[in-house]
Design a binder for this molecule. Structure first.
Ligand SMILES: Nc1ncnc2c1ncn2[C@@H]1O[C@H](COP(=O)(O)OP(=O)(O)O)[C@@H](O)[C@H]1O
Ligand SMILES: [Mg+2]
Length: 473
């Protein structure tokens, strides 16, 4: 039996039927028992009643012989047709009157004093000689004023009761069967109704495809219990849509960014080869090609780095680094380009930073390279490192035109460039800040930017003090 794979409708329907059968049977059984008990009590009360009646008739009878000669008054009170049996015997055991000669009733029992209070508790169960069960009560009675006592025994066969009960049993049983069947059907129907909305949701989910990423589940359609599920699904779809769009944008940008330099290479080479040239011209072309190919190689390397960082394939060798030393080293490295651009550095740094030295240098260098490019002549680029209790923040800020606010949230995205005009210039691929962000994520830190128009643009890198691999502290 592999229940988990069976239809939920069938399972719940069957469960409903089982519950219905159990409940109906229990209720039917209880009602049957209650009725049986009530019938018994009623019969017993009647026996006590009849006994009192017979006693009364005896008291009104002047002597024993009259009982014998006129038994009809007694036999009317205790009617055989209603299953009532009566035997009256004298104190010597002689039968004075009877409407049944069953030997069980002739037994000398029930030696109760006449006039004693009789109650239902005195009724007993017995069996006639032919096996029919009876309820029986016996007591002494007094005849007229003679002082003679007689023994009275009244019994009732269970036949009446049995007939009523049998009919009742049949009714309860059929009610239980019909009720259970109806409940099962109703349950089946209810479950189907309930699951229809799940099916509708599934249908909606099916409509979300690569070509239709914007489709969502209609939360209003879902029953309350499933609404959170629908919301969760929608959130998953949101994330998938975002990633999917990013990925297609990435592929588009990649193709575009590779095409331009490759086209340049091809055209230049083709033109050069179209006729014989001086060796110097070949040399120049090769030098230019070398530069272009180098740029492509760097771009591919950057993308590989990003891909590996995405898949956590870069192992961090975290060290405790002196912040000032690192910043000074990077500034020194950029001395040439900075003096070409007519900009200078100002370093304010103290404390240490926990980072992988190569990655830290790469991240800060990317920021400094941008700063050098976007700072007007005579501008000063300031590099800062501030250590606090929970980490060290390294920031690079530069004066310049600044970045429009609308670009800021996407600045760290791959291939994102705020000024498209520069995109075709030699060294701008729009991957620098994406790499900065990846490096910061690898360190468990974060990268952020603030910029004001014609004010300062400031990039900040926050390195936590307790990064994953503290080697030395
Ligand atoms: N210091 C800065 N001042 C102004 N704009 C900047 C600065 N740094 C980065 N940007 C903007 O962010 C974009 C993305 O930078 P980056 O990822 O390094 O790519 P790239 O340098 O290859 O253009 C740049 O194209 C530029 O528009
Ligand atoms: Mg850059």
């Amino acid at each position: 039996m592999r229940w988990p794979n069976r239809s939920l409708t069938l399972q719940l329907g069957a469960l409903f039927a089982c519950v219905a059968v159990t409940v109906f049977s229990a209720v039917g059984f209880y009602l049957y028992q209650a009725l049986a008990l009530q019938l018994l009590e009623r019969d017993d009360a009647e026996l006590v009643d009849r006994l009192a009646q017979v006693r009364h008739l005896l008291e009104e009878t002047p002597n024993l012989t009259l009982i014998h000669s006129d038994p009809h008054r007694f036999l009317d009170a205790v009617d055989r047709r209603h299953g009532l049996l009566l035997v009256v015997r004298g104190s010597d055991g002689r039968v004075l009157m009877q409407n049944s000669d069953d030997p069980v009733l002739i037994r000398p029992e029930g030696r109760l004093p006449a006039g004693a209070i009789i109650s239902e508790a005195m009724v007993q169960t017995a069996q006639l000689a032919n096996g029919v069960p009876i309820r029986v009560i016996s007591a002494m009675g007094q005849v007229g004023d003679t002082g003679a006592s007689v023994r009275i025994m009244i019994a009732r066969t269970a036949a009446d009761r049995a007939v009523v009960l049998a009919a009742y049993r049949l009714k309860v049983l059929s009610a239980a069967i019909v009720g259970a069947a109806l409940t099962a059907l109703l349950g089946f129907w209810l479950v189907r109704q309930g699951l229809r909305r799940v099916k509708a949701l599934a249908q909606q989910a099916r409509e979300v495809t690569a070509h239709n990423l914007t489709a969502r589940l209609d939360g209003a359609l879902a029953p309350e219990e499933l609404r959170t599920l629908a919301t969760s699904f929608n959130e998953v779809f949101d994330r998938l849509e975002y990633s999917f769009n990013n990925l297609s944008q990435f592929a588009d940008d990649l193709a575009h960014d590779l095409r331009t330099p490759l086209n340049n290479l091809m055209i230049q080479t083709e033109v050069m080869l179209s006729q014989p040239r001086e060796p110097e011209e070949y040399q120049n072309l090769l030098a230019s090609n070398y530069e272009e190919v180098g740029r492509l190689a760097r771009m591919v390397e950057s993308m590989l780095f990003l891909a590996r960082a995405d898949h956590d394939q870069i192992a961090l060798a975290t060290e405790r680094l002196d912040a000032r030393t690192e910043l000074e080293r990077i500034a020194e490295y950029f001395e040439g380009p900075a003096s070409d651009a007519g900009v200078s550095f100002d370093i304010t740094a103290s404390g240490y930073v926990l980072a992988d030295v190569h990655l830290l240098r790469r991240a800060v260098s990317n920021l400094v390279a941008n700063a050098v490019r976007y700072t007007p002549r005579k501008g000063v680029i300031s590099m800062e490192a501030i250590q606090s209790t929970d980490g060290t923040t390294i920031s690079v800020s530069n004066p310049g035109a600044g970045i429009y606010e609308e670009h800021l949230p996407r600045l760290f995205d791959r291939f994102y460039r705020s000024d498209k005009s520069r995109s075709s210039t030699s060294s701008s691929a729009g991957l620098g800040l994406a790499i900065v962000k990846s490096i910061m994520l690898l360190h468990g830190g974060s990268a952020s930017v603030t910029s004001t128009r014609h004010g300062a643009t400031r990039f900040s890198l926050r390195f936590p003090t307790s990064s994953g691999a503290d080697k030395q502290t």
